[in-house]
Design a protein around this ligand. Structure first.
Ligand code: BYC
Length: 335
Protein backbone atom coordinates (compact mmCIF):
# COMPACT_ATOMS: atom_id res chain seq x y z
CA UNK A 1 0.00 0.00 0.00
CA UNK A 2 2.83 2.38 0.81
CA UNK A 3 5.37 0.87 -1.54
CA UNK A 4 7.78 3.54 -2.68
CA UNK A 5 10.45 3.36 -5.27
CA UNK A 6 13.78 3.24 -3.45
CA UNK A 7 15.12 5.84 -5.83
CA UNK A 8 12.78 8.74 -6.42
CA UNK A 9 14.30 11.35 -8.75
CA UNK A 10 13.86 14.86 -7.42
CA UNK A 11 13.13 13.71 -3.90
CA UNK A 12 16.45 12.12 -3.11
CA UNK A 13 19.00 14.44 -1.58
CA UNK A 14 22.55 14.18 -2.96
CA UNK A 15 25.30 12.88 -0.72
CA UNK A 16 27.64 15.81 -0.42
CA UNK A 17 30.95 14.51 0.93
CA UNK A 18 33.81 15.46 -1.35
CA UNK A 19 37.31 14.02 -1.16
CA UNK A 20 39.63 16.19 0.93
CA UNK A 21 43.24 15.58 -0.09
CA UNK A 22 44.53 16.77 3.29
CA UNK A 23 42.39 14.25 5.19
CA UNK A 24 43.80 11.06 6.72
CA UNK A 25 43.77 7.96 4.45
CA UNK A 26 40.90 6.53 6.56
CA UNK A 27 38.86 9.72 6.18
CA UNK A 28 39.57 9.76 2.44
CA UNK A 29 38.33 6.17 2.14
CA UNK A 30 35.21 7.05 4.13
CA UNK A 31 34.61 10.12 1.93
CA UNK A 32 35.04 7.99 -1.20
CA UNK A 33 32.45 5.49 0.08
CA UNK A 34 30.06 8.37 0.76
CA UNK A 35 30.63 9.82 -2.69
CA UNK A 36 30.05 6.46 -4.37
CA UNK A 37 26.93 5.96 -2.22
CA UNK A 38 28.45 2.73 -0.93
CA UNK A 39 28.19 0.99 2.42
CA UNK A 40 30.15 1.35 5.64
CA UNK A 41 30.47 -1.91 7.56
CA UNK A 42 31.24 -2.41 11.28
CA UNK A 43 34.94 -3.20 10.68
CA UNK A 44 35.45 -0.02 8.59
CA UNK A 45 36.88 3.19 9.99
CA UNK A 46 34.22 5.87 10.44
CA UNK A 47 34.22 9.40 11.89
CA UNK A 48 33.19 9.48 15.53
CA UNK A 49 30.30 11.84 14.75
CA UNK A 50 28.92 9.40 12.12
CA UNK A 51 29.07 6.60 14.71
CA UNK A 52 27.37 8.75 17.36
CA UNK A 53 24.60 9.85 15.01
CA UNK A 54 23.83 6.28 14.06
CA UNK A 55 23.96 4.98 17.63
CA UNK A 56 21.52 7.76 18.54
CA UNK A 57 19.10 7.08 15.70
CA UNK A 58 19.27 3.26 15.69
CA UNK A 59 18.88 3.02 19.47
CA UNK A 60 15.96 5.50 19.48
CA UNK A 61 14.43 3.37 16.76
CA UNK A 62 14.98 0.15 18.77
CA UNK A 63 13.46 1.74 21.90
CA UNK A 64 10.43 2.85 19.83
CA UNK A 65 9.83 -0.71 18.66
CA UNK A 66 10.02 -2.08 22.20
CA UNK A 67 7.93 0.65 23.86
CA UNK A 68 5.63 0.47 20.83
CA UNK A 69 4.60 -3.05 21.85
CA UNK A 70 2.63 -1.61 24.77
CA UNK A 71 -0.31 0.33 23.28
CA UNK A 72 -1.39 -2.67 21.19
CA UNK A 73 -0.14 -5.33 23.61
CA UNK A 74 -2.71 -4.01 26.07
CA UNK A 75 -5.41 -5.33 23.71
CA UNK A 76 -4.18 -8.90 23.15
CA UNK A 77 -6.37 -10.31 25.91
CA UNK A 78 -9.37 -8.30 24.69
CA UNK A 79 -9.19 -8.87 20.91
CA UNK A 80 -12.72 -9.44 19.55
CA UNK A 81 -12.07 -12.85 17.93
CA UNK A 82 -9.54 -15.68 17.87
CA UNK A 83 -8.42 -14.58 14.39
CA UNK A 84 -7.78 -10.98 15.48
CA UNK A 85 -6.03 -12.18 18.65
CA UNK A 86 -3.67 -14.43 16.65
CA UNK A 87 -2.90 -11.60 14.20
CA UNK A 88 -2.27 -9.11 17.00
CA UNK A 89 -0.04 -11.53 18.91
CA UNK A 90 2.08 -12.05 15.79
CA UNK A 91 2.28 -8.33 15.12
CA UNK A 92 3.32 -7.33 18.63
CA UNK A 93 5.87 -10.15 18.63
CA UNK A 94 7.24 -8.81 15.32
CA UNK A 95 7.74 -5.38 16.93
CA UNK A 96 9.80 -7.03 19.67
CA UNK A 97 11.85 -8.73 16.95
CA UNK A 98 12.44 -5.38 15.21
CA UNK A 99 13.73 -3.96 18.48
CA UNK A 100 16.17 -6.87 18.77
CA UNK A 101 17.51 -6.53 15.18
CA UNK A 102 18.01 -2.82 15.82
CA UNK A 103 19.76 -3.25 19.18
CA UNK A 104 22.05 -5.74 17.42
CA UNK A 105 22.73 -3.23 14.63
CA UNK A 106 23.58 -0.56 17.24
CA UNK A 107 25.85 -3.00 19.09
CA UNK A 108 28.00 -3.37 15.94
CA UNK A 109 29.05 0.24 16.61
CA UNK A 110 30.67 -0.56 19.93
CA UNK A 111 27.90 0.14 22.45
CA UNK A 112 26.41 -2.58 24.62
CA UNK A 113 22.74 -3.41 24.82
CA UNK A 114 22.90 -2.83 28.59
CA UNK A 115 24.13 0.73 28.04
CA UNK A 116 21.31 1.43 25.59
CA UNK A 117 18.61 -0.14 27.74
CA UNK A 118 19.90 1.65 30.86
CA UNK A 119 19.67 5.00 29.03
CA UNK A 120 16.04 4.26 28.09
CA UNK A 121 15.11 3.20 31.61
CA UNK A 122 16.77 6.26 33.11
CA UNK A 123 14.63 8.47 30.85
CA UNK A 124 17.75 9.74 29.02
CA UNK A 125 17.04 8.14 25.62
CA UNK A 126 14.24 9.18 23.31
CA UNK A 127 11.68 6.95 21.61
CA UNK A 128 8.96 7.89 19.14
CA UNK A 129 6.43 10.40 20.50
CA UNK A 130 3.56 8.35 19.04
CA UNK A 131 3.69 5.61 21.65
CA UNK A 132 2.72 8.00 24.43
CA UNK A 133 -0.92 8.14 23.34
CA UNK A 134 -3.74 5.98 24.69
CA UNK A 135 -5.62 3.11 23.03
CA UNK A 136 -9.05 3.26 24.69
CA UNK A 137 -10.91 1.16 22.07
CA UNK A 138 -10.32 -1.78 19.71
CA UNK A 139 -10.48 0.70 16.81
CA UNK A 140 -7.32 2.39 18.15
CA UNK A 141 -5.48 -0.89 17.55
CA UNK A 142 -6.62 -0.91 13.91
CA UNK A 143 -5.66 2.74 13.50
CA UNK A 144 -2.17 2.05 14.87
CA UNK A 145 -1.73 -0.59 12.16
CA UNK A 146 -3.14 1.58 9.39
CA UNK A 147 -1.67 4.98 10.26
CA UNK A 148 1.25 4.41 12.67
CA UNK A 149 2.70 1.46 10.76
CA UNK A 150 1.85 3.26 7.51
CA UNK A 151 3.86 6.30 8.62
CA UNK A 152 6.64 4.05 9.86
CA UNK A 153 6.93 2.36 6.44
CA UNK A 154 7.00 5.73 4.69
CA UNK A 155 9.88 6.83 6.94
CA UNK A 156 11.71 3.50 6.88
CA UNK A 157 11.77 2.60 3.16
CA UNK A 158 14.43 5.26 2.47
CA UNK A 159 16.42 3.93 5.45
CA UNK A 160 16.85 0.64 3.53
CA UNK A 161 19.42 2.61 1.50
CA UNK A 162 21.22 4.04 4.52
CA UNK A 163 25.02 3.99 4.13
CA UNK A 164 25.51 1.94 7.31
CA UNK A 165 25.19 -1.68 6.17
CA UNK A 166 23.74 -3.36 9.29
CA UNK A 167 21.05 -0.68 9.69
CA UNK A 168 20.11 -0.78 5.99
CA UNK A 169 19.83 -4.58 6.01
CA UNK A 170 17.75 -4.61 9.21
CA UNK A 171 15.41 -2.04 7.64
CA UNK A 172 14.74 -4.20 4.56
CA UNK A 173 13.39 -7.02 6.70
CA UNK A 174 11.53 -4.67 9.04
CA UNK A 175 9.79 -2.91 6.15
CA UNK A 176 8.48 -6.22 4.80
CA UNK A 177 6.94 -7.01 8.17
CA UNK A 178 5.58 -3.49 8.62
CA UNK A 179 3.74 -3.87 5.36
CA UNK A 180 1.79 -6.82 6.80
CA UNK A 181 1.15 -4.77 9.95
CA UNK A 182 -0.26 -1.89 7.97
CA UNK A 183 -2.56 -4.13 5.94
CA UNK A 184 -3.88 -5.97 8.99
CA UNK A 185 -4.78 -2.62 10.58
CA UNK A 186 -6.58 -1.44 7.47
CA UNK A 187 -8.38 -4.78 7.19
CA UNK A 188 -9.55 -4.65 10.83
CA UNK A 189 -10.90 -1.12 10.28
CA UNK A 190 -12.58 -2.08 7.00
CA UNK A 191 -14.48 -4.86 8.83
CA UNK A 192 -15.65 -2.38 11.45
CA UNK A 193 -16.70 0.13 8.80
CA UNK A 194 -18.99 -2.56 7.34
CA UNK A 195 -20.55 -3.06 10.77
CA UNK A 196 -22.92 -1.12 13.01
CA UNK A 197 -23.09 2.66 13.38
CA UNK A 198 -21.45 2.28 16.80
CA UNK A 199 -18.50 0.48 15.19
CA UNK A 200 -18.19 3.14 12.49
CA UNK A 201 -18.24 5.88 15.13
CA UNK A 202 -15.56 4.06 17.08
CA UNK A 203 -13.28 4.00 14.02
CA UNK A 204 -13.88 7.68 13.27
CA UNK A 205 -13.13 8.67 16.88
CA UNK A 206 -9.89 6.67 16.83
CA UNK A 207 -8.85 8.34 13.54
CA UNK A 208 -9.59 11.73 15.15
CA UNK A 209 -7.35 10.82 18.10
CA UNK A 210 -4.37 9.58 16.06
CA UNK A 211 -4.22 11.72 12.91
CA UNK A 212 -2.22 14.65 14.28
CA UNK A 213 0.15 12.63 16.51
CA UNK A 214 0.89 10.42 13.47
CA UNK A 215 1.90 13.46 11.40
CA UNK A 216 4.29 14.38 14.24
CA UNK A 217 6.04 10.99 13.93
CA UNK A 218 8.03 12.33 10.95
CA UNK A 219 9.83 14.75 13.27
CA UNK A 220 10.08 18.56 13.38
CA UNK A 221 9.60 20.57 10.21
CA UNK A 222 12.72 20.75 8.04
CA UNK A 223 13.61 24.24 9.21
CA UNK A 224 13.75 23.02 12.84
CA UNK A 225 15.39 19.65 12.19
CA UNK A 226 18.84 19.92 13.74
CA UNK A 227 20.26 16.64 12.42
CA UNK A 228 18.90 16.52 8.86
CA UNK A 229 21.70 18.48 7.13
CA UNK A 230 24.47 16.20 8.39
CA UNK A 231 22.38 13.05 8.00
CA UNK A 232 21.82 13.88 4.32
CA UNK A 233 25.56 14.39 3.86
CA UNK A 234 26.19 10.92 5.26
CA UNK A 235 23.44 9.18 3.32
CA UNK A 236 21.56 8.28 6.49
CA UNK A 237 18.56 10.39 5.61
CA UNK A 238 17.38 10.41 1.98
CA UNK A 239 14.07 12.24 2.12
CA UNK A 240 13.35 15.14 4.47
CA UNK A 241 10.90 15.05 7.40
CA UNK A 242 8.46 17.39 5.61
CA UNK A 243 8.68 15.57 2.25
CA UNK A 244 7.94 12.21 3.90
CA UNK A 245 5.05 13.77 5.83
CA UNK A 246 3.65 15.12 2.56
CA UNK A 247 3.95 11.74 0.82
CA UNK A 248 2.16 10.12 3.75
CA UNK A 249 -0.70 12.65 3.68
CA UNK A 250 -1.15 12.22 -0.09
CA UNK A 251 -1.24 8.41 0.16
CA UNK A 252 -3.53 8.37 3.19
CA UNK A 253 -6.22 10.68 1.81
CA UNK A 254 -7.09 8.07 -0.83
CA UNK A 255 -7.13 5.23 1.69
CA UNK A 256 -9.41 7.23 4.02
CA UNK A 257 -11.89 7.56 1.14
CA UNK A 258 -11.95 3.77 0.62
CA UNK A 259 -12.42 3.27 4.34
CA UNK A 260 -15.14 5.90 4.56
CA UNK A 261 -13.58 7.98 7.34
CA UNK A 262 -12.91 11.71 7.50
CA UNK A 263 -9.41 12.94 8.32
CA UNK A 264 -9.88 15.58 11.06
CA UNK A 265 -8.38 18.56 9.26
CA UNK A 266 -10.63 21.24 7.71
CA UNK A 267 -7.62 22.63 5.81
CA UNK A 268 -6.87 19.35 4.06
CA UNK A 269 -7.41 19.85 0.33
CA UNK A 270 -5.82 19.06 -3.02
CA UNK A 271 -3.53 21.78 -4.36
CA UNK A 272 -3.52 21.45 -8.14
CA UNK A 273 -0.47 23.69 -8.52
CA UNK A 274 1.68 21.66 -6.13
CA UNK A 275 0.06 18.37 -7.16
CA UNK A 276 -0.14 17.57 -3.45
CA UNK A 277 -2.52 18.08 -0.55
CA UNK A 278 -2.33 21.17 1.62
CA UNK A 279 -2.91 20.41 5.28
CA UNK A 280 -3.41 22.35 8.50
CA UNK A 281 -0.85 23.52 11.05
CA UNK A 282 0.72 20.89 13.32
CA UNK A 283 0.74 21.70 17.03
CA UNK A 284 4.51 21.66 17.56
CA UNK A 285 4.09 22.64 21.21
CA UNK A 286 2.27 19.37 21.81
CA UNK A 287 4.98 17.50 19.90
CA UNK A 288 7.82 18.86 22.06
CA UNK A 289 5.81 18.39 25.23
CA UNK A 290 5.34 14.70 24.42
CA UNK A 291 8.96 14.26 23.24
CA UNK A 292 10.17 15.83 26.48
CA UNK A 293 8.25 13.41 28.69
CA UNK A 294 4.89 15.08 29.29
CA UNK A 295 2.53 13.18 26.99
CA UNK A 296 -0.59 11.29 28.09
CA UNK A 297 1.31 8.01 28.78
CA UNK A 298 5.07 8.75 29.00
CA UNK A 299 5.35 7.85 32.68
CA UNK A 300 3.19 4.74 32.36
CA UNK A 301 5.09 3.46 29.29
CA UNK A 302 8.47 3.82 30.97
CA UNK A 303 7.30 2.33 34.27
CA UNK A 304 5.80 -0.69 32.46
CA UNK A 305 9.04 -1.23 30.53
CA UNK A 306 11.24 -0.99 33.64
CA UNK A 307 8.97 -3.41 35.52
CA UNK A 308 9.02 -5.92 32.62
CA UNK A 309 12.82 -5.71 32.56
CA UNK A 310 13.10 -6.21 36.33
CA UNK A 311 10.57 -9.06 36.31
CA UNK A 312 12.60 -10.75 33.57
CA UNK A 313 15.88 -10.63 35.54
CA UNK A 314 15.55 -14.29 36.58
CA UNK A 315 15.20 -15.37 32.93
CA UNK A 316 18.44 -13.60 31.99
CA UNK A 317 20.21 -15.04 35.04
CA UNK A 318 18.95 -18.56 34.27
CA UNK A 319 20.00 -18.29 30.60
CA UNK A 320 23.48 -17.11 31.63
CA UNK A 321 23.85 -19.89 34.23
CA UNK A 322 22.78 -22.46 31.61
CA UNK A 323 25.26 -21.09 29.06
CA UNK A 324 28.07 -21.20 31.65
CA UNK A 325 27.19 -24.79 32.59
CA UNK A 326 27.24 -25.85 28.94
CA UNK A 327 30.56 -24.10 28.34
CA UNK A 328 32.12 -25.82 31.40
CA UNK A 329 30.80 -29.21 30.23
CA UNK A 330 32.15 -28.66 26.71
CA UNK A 331 35.52 -27.65 28.20
CA UNK A 332 35.62 -30.78 30.45
CA UNK A 333 34.72 -33.08 27.55
CA UNK A 334 37.43 -31.53 25.36
CA UNK A 335 40.09 -31.96 28.12
N1 BYC B 1 9.49 11.33 18.56
O1 BYC B 1 16.76 16.76 13.82
P1 BYC B 1 15.63 15.81 13.83
C1 BYC B 1 7.28 1.53 14.71
C2 BYC B 1 13.76 14.10 17.95
S1 BYC B 1 8.59 2.30 15.56
C3 BYC B 1 10.48 11.57 19.45
O2 BYC B 1 14.68 15.86 12.69
P2 BYC B 1 16.53 13.19 12.98
C4 BYC B 1 6.27 0.75 15.41
C5 BYC B 1 15.06 13.61 17.33
O3 BYC B 1 15.40 12.33 17.84
C6 BYC B 1 9.29 3.36 14.34
N2 BYC B 1 11.58 12.31 19.15
O4 BYC B 1 16.19 14.32 14.04
C7 BYC B 1 6.57 0.09 16.60
C8 BYC B 1 16.00 14.72 17.75
O5 BYC B 1 16.31 14.59 19.13
P3 BYC B 1 17.84 14.23 19.68
C9 BYC B 1 10.10 4.48 14.88
C10 BYC B 1 11.66 12.79 17.87
O6 BYC B 1 17.09 12.04 13.73
C11 BYC B 1 5.57 -0.58 17.30
C12 BYC B 1 15.12 15.95 17.64
O7 BYC B 1 13.78 15.51 17.74
N3 BYC B 1 10.82 5.02 13.75
O8 BYC B 1 7.25 1.68 13.54
O9 BYC B 1 17.31 13.74 11.85
C13 BYC B 1 4.25 -0.59 16.83
C14 BYC B 1 15.30 16.71 16.34
O10 BYC B 1 14.80 15.99 15.21
C15 BYC B 1 10.68 12.55 16.92
C16 BYC B 1 12.08 5.49 13.81
O11 BYC B 1 12.67 5.53 14.86
C17 BYC B 1 9.55 11.79 17.28
N4 BYC B 1 8.54 11.53 16.45
O12 BYC B 1 15.08 12.79 12.39
C18 BYC B 1 3.95 0.06 15.62
C19 BYC B 1 12.70 5.90 12.49
N5 BYC B 1 11.05 13.16 15.76
O13 BYC B 1 18.15 12.84 19.17
C20 BYC B 1 4.96 0.72 14.91
C21 BYC B 1 14.17 6.20 12.58
C22 BYC B 1 12.22 13.77 16.01
O14 BYC B 1 18.75 15.26 19.12
N6 BYC B 1 14.44 7.59 12.88
N7 BYC B 1 12.58 13.56 17.28
O15 BYC B 1 17.72 14.26 21.18
C23 BYC B 1 14.39 8.59 11.97
O16 BYC B 1 14.08 8.39 10.81
C24 BYC B 1 14.78 9.97 12.44
O17 BYC B 1 15.50 9.84 13.65
C25 BYC B 1 13.56 10.92 12.63
C26 BYC B 1 14.09 12.25 13.22
C27 BYC B 1 12.91 11.21 11.28
C28 BYC B 1 12.54 10.34 13.59
Amino acid sequence: MYTQSLDIPGNVQPIGASADVNASPEQQRFDAVMEADGKIEPQDWMPEAYRKTLVRQISQHAHSEIIGMQPEGNWISRAPSLKRKAILLAKVQDEGGHGLYLYSAAETMGVSRDQLVDALHAGKAKYSSIFNYTTPTWADVGVIGWLVDGAAIMNQIPLCRCTYGPYARAMIRICKEESFHQRQGFDALLSMMKGTQAQKDMVQQAVDRWWWPVLMMFGPSDKDSIHSGQSFQWGIKRISNDDLRQKFVDATVEQAKILGVTLPDPDLKWNEERKAHDYGAIDWEEFWRVVNGDGPCNKERLATRVKAHDDGAWVREAALAHAEKQATRAHQQAA
